[in-house]
Design a protein around this ligand. Structure first.
Ligand code: GLU
Length: 514
C-alpha cells in the first residue's frame, strides 16, 4: 500500500515549487490507490508564521489536491497507523512522541548531549569560517562525549540548557537510493552532527521528520531537491533507530528554475517579470506586503495544476493537456527530469488559454459579469456571444473587457493615423454606398455581410483589402481586434449602420478626405 505525505513547514506562503511537490505526491498516491497525507512540520517555532497553515490548506483545496489523511482530512475511522499517532498530524501537537527516540539514540551511543552556548558556537565560527560541529571538532567542545557522566548529570539536573546532537560515525559511506537520481553516495566526513532535539523540548526537522515518516508508515518520500543533502543523515537515523529495512524510498524532485535557468525560482523573479510565484494571494502578517497569486490573477486551478505537472515531468508523448485524473493515470518517476525545470510565464498563460477555450459561453459570461458588473444591463445572450467572439484572443476572462468594451459601448474616438493613411475619395464613396447597402439586407449572417461588402467593393471598383481596416476603425475605433464579420453579425445591421454613419461624420469633420 503506497502512503505518501506532503510535509510543509508553516513558515510563509506555499511556493509553486511546494505545490508541485504536493501534486506529485498526490498523483503518485492516486495512481497506486494509496494514501496522500498532509503533515504540518511546525517544530521550528522561531520560523512559525501565523496564517501559513491555513494558506497551505486553502491552496491545496483550490488546486483540488486535498489529503485523504492528516491535517484538513476527515478523521479516519480505522487508521492504518496506531490511534495515538493518528491523533494529530501537526508536529507541535505530538511533540511528546519524539523525546524517547532521542533518548534511545543517546542510550545506543548514536547521539549525545551538547551544552555549547550559541555565543560559544558563534566564536568558533568567527575563528574558522568553515567551522562545523562534527566528528573532529566535537572532541574539543562542550558535550557529553568529552565531559564525565557526573558532569553531564550535574549540568542536566542543574537545568543547564542543552541540545541532543547526532553522533555521525567518521569515515563511512552512506548510500541513498533515489528513484530519480539513482544511487547517491556521501562520506560521513562531509556530514556534521546535526541537532536532533532542542533545548525548548522540541525535536528538529530531521528527527521529527524521520520518526513521523516511520510511525506514519510512509512508503515513499517525495520532496524537493533541496532536501537531498539531508537524505544521508536520514538514512543514518533509520539505521540507528533500527528501522533501516522499513525505510521509505526517496525521490528528490528537480528544482524550479528562473525563466533564464540561472538559479532557483524566487519571489523576486516573479516581481521582476510580472508573474506570481504563489498559488493564492498572500499578505505578509508583519510587513503587510501583498504578493500576487495565480487564483487572483485569473488562472483556472486545473490549468495551473496542468502547467505545474509538466514542469519537470513529461508523459513521454506530445500530449500537453491533462485533467488531474488523467495525470494520475500516466504519472511515473521515470519521466521526471533530473535537471531543474525552467519556469516559463508565457507557457503558464498558454495553459490557461487552453482551458479558457473549453469553457461554455454560459460559464464565461457568468465569470465576465462577476469581473465587470457594469455589463449587466445587456442581455445574457448578447454577453455570451461577446464571450465567444473575444475568447480566441484572451488568456483570461479579465482580458475580455479590454477586448470587447467597444462592442458594448460605441467608439467615441478613432484611430486617426489609420484614417489619415487610408482614407480617400474612393474609400469615402465605398462607405457611403456600403452604409446604404447595409440598411435593408436580405440577411445579416457573416456570409450575407461578406457578400454585401464584396459586391459593394466591386461596384466601387475597390479591393476589399483596401477597406477592411477602415471599416473596423469606423465600427470600433481601433485598427485591430476580434473577427470583424462576427462582430458585425453580433451588432446587427441597425447598429452597424449607425456606427458607420457616426464614423463617417467624424472623418468628414476632421476633413481627412484628401
Ligand atoms: N518540512 C519540510 C519542508 O518544509 C519537509 C521536507 C520533507 O518533505 O522531508 O519542506
Amino acid at each position: 500500500m503506497v502512503r505518501v505525505r506532503f510535509a510543509p513547514s508553516p513558515t510563509g506562503p506555499l511556493h509553486i515549487g511546494g505545490v508541485r511537490t504536493a501534486l506529485y505526491n498526490y498523483l503518485f498516491a492516486k495512481k497506486h490507490g494509496g494514501d496522500f497525507i498532509l503533515r504540518i512540520e511546525d517544530t521550528d517555532r522561531a520560523r512559525f508564521v501565523p496564517g501559513a497553515e491555513e494558506y497551505i490548506l486553502e491552496s491545496l483545496k483550490w488546486c483540488g489536491i486535498e489529503p485523504n489523511e492528516g491535517i484538513g482530512a476527515p478523521p479516519l475511522k480505522e487508521p492504518i497507523i496506531s490511534k495515538e499517532n493518528a491523533l494529530s498530524y501537526r508536529q507541535s501537537e505530538r511533540k511528546g512522541i519524539y523525546g524517547p527516540f532521542a533518548q534511545q539514540l543517546i542510550n545506543n551511543g548514536h547521539a549525545y548531549y551538547a551544552f555549547d552556548t550559541s555565543e560559544e558556537l558563534e566564536a568558533c565560527r568567527k575563528k574558522d569560517s568553515n567551522f562545523a560541529y562534527n566528528s573532529i571538532s566535537r572532541k574539543n567542545l562542550n558535550n557529553s562525549l568529552v565531559l564525565t557522566e557526573a558532569e553531564v548529570n550535574q549540568k542536566i539536573s542543574g537545568g543547564e540548557p542543552y541540545v541532543i546532537r547526532m553522533k555521525i560515525p567518521p569515515g563511512e559511506e552512506v548510500k541513498v537510493n533515489d528513484l530519480i537520481r539513482g544511487e547517491v553516495v556521501v562520506n560521513t566526513l562531509q556530514m556534521d552532527d546535526k541537532v536532533l532535539f532542542k533545548s525548548d523540548g522540541m525535536p528538529t526537522y530531521h528527527l521529527a521528520n524521520v520518526v513521523d515518516d516511520f510511525l506514519m508508515k510512509i512508503t515513499h518520500v517525495i520532496r524537493g531537491e533541496e532536501w537531498l543533502p539531508s537524505a544521508p543523515l536520514h538514512v543514518l537515523l533509520y539505521r540507528f533507530l533500527g528501522w533501516e529495512n522499513l525505510m521509505p524510498k526517496f525521490a528528490h524532485l528537480p528544482l524550479l528554475l528562473k525563466p533564464e535557468g540561472n538559479g532557483k525560482l524566487s519571489k523576486r523573479d516573479g516581481d521582476r517579470l510580472g508573474f506570481p510565484v504563489f498559488p493564492l494571494q498572500w499578505t505578509d502578517p508583519d510587513s503587510k506586503e501583498v504578493s500576487s497569486g495565480y487564483r487572483e490573477n485569473g488562472y483556472y486551478p486545473d490549468a495551473f495544476i496542468n502547467m505545474l505537472a509538466l514542469l519537470g515531468w513529461n508523459p513521454g508523448t506530445e500530449q500537453e493537456i491533462f485533467s488531474l485524473e488523467e495525470l494520475a493515470m500516466v504519472f511515473s518517476f521515470e519521466h521526471i527530469h533530473k535537471a531543474g525545470a525552467k519556469f516559463n510565464p508565457e507557457k503558464a498563460k498558454w495553459f490557461n488559454q487552453q482551458y479558457l477555450w473549453t469553457k461554455s459561453a454560459d460559464d464565461l459570461a457568468k465569470e465576465f459579469l462577476k469581473i465587470e458588473p457594469r455589463i449587466n444591463i445587456f442581455e445574457l445572450d448578447f454577453i455570451k456571444k461577446v464571450c465567444l467572439l473575444v475568447k480566441e484572443k484572451a488568456c483570461f476572462v479579465s482580458d475580455f473587457w479590454e477586448l470587447s468594451h467597444y462592442i458594448f459601448i460605441p467608439p467615441t474616438g478613432y484611430d486617426v493615423e489609420i484614417i489619415k493613411k487610408k482614407w480617400n475619395e474612393t474609400t469615402n464613396n465605398f462607405f457611403v454606398v456600403l452604409a446604404e447597402n447595409l440598411k435593408q439586407p436580405k440577411g445579416f449572417q457573416k456570409n450575407d455581410i461578406d457578400q454585401i461588402i464584396k459586391q459593394t467593393a466591386i461596384s466601387q471598383n475597390i479591393k476589399p483589402g483596401e477597406i477592411m481596416q477602415l471599416l473596423r476603425v469606423l465600427l470600433t475605433g481601433k485598427g485591430s481586434g476580434v473577427d470583424l464579420l462576427g462582430l458585425m453579425e453580433l451588432l446587427g445591421n441597425f447598429e452597424v449602420c449607425n456606427r458607420l454613419v457616426k464614423g463617417m461624420e467624424f472623418v468628414k469633420e476632421k476633413t481627412y478626405i484628401k
